[in-house]
Write a new protein. Structure first.
Length: 181
């Protein structure tokens, strides 16, 4: 019995000492690149670069097929809200076959939407939650966007696409459970 106890004790000491690696005491944290927000309008070239990166992320993460559907001329002129919405429409149209479920309709007040917005062309983006119903893309006038407004709108679009392209597990989602939760 003493032999077994001695072997167990030796095993515990050896196994715990092997788990102790070299600890230098310093935590290695990857430096985050600081992106400065400016009030200057986003140019078409900047927007095109963002849409290229977003498409690459969708192709890698969600295995979206095809090439980037956004066709924006690359120049230094500012991009307009309607051009961004057209790019969003192209993204959604290209990724729609990947959706695992239908988008729930978003309730919004049409009176708050800018008057010059083509509701026939872009209204579905608002209804399906790809664009914020009171965000800068659909309120005010068709003008330019700051880097913050543009980045925020692109983030909402990508989150919504990822949300609809993913089907949660039935085991953990009450709404998808066979008995209705």
């Amino acid at each position: 019995m003493k032999t077994i106890l001695l072997i167990l004790t030796a095993f515990l000491i050896v196994s715990s000492s092997l788990g102790q690696g070299k600890d230098t005491g310093e935590l290695k944290v990857k430096q985050v690149k600081e992106v400065k927000s400016t009030s200057a309008p986003v140019s078409r070239a900047e927007a095109k670069a963002v849409f290229e990166k977003a498409w690459k992320a969708l192709a890698t993460g969600l295995k979206v097929k095809g090439t980037n559907p956004v066709k924006i001329p690359v120049d230094k002129s500012p991009i307009t809200k309607n051009e961004v919405l057209a790019a969003f429409n192209a993204f959604v149209a290209q990724t729609r076959p990947m959706f695992k479920r239908s988008a729930t309709k978003v309730a919004f007040n049409v009176a708050r939407v800018r008057k010059d917005l083509d509701m026939k062309g872009f209204g579905k983006l608002i209804e399906e939650g790809f664009v914020m119903p009171v965000g800068p893309l659909v309120t005010g006038k068709n003008g330019t966007l700051s880097t913050f407004e543009f980045g925020d709108a692109v983030g909402v679009l990508l989150i919504r696409i990822a949300d609809l392209a993913h089907l949660p597990a039935r085991k953990f989602t009450p709404a998808l459970m066979p008995d209705g939760g």
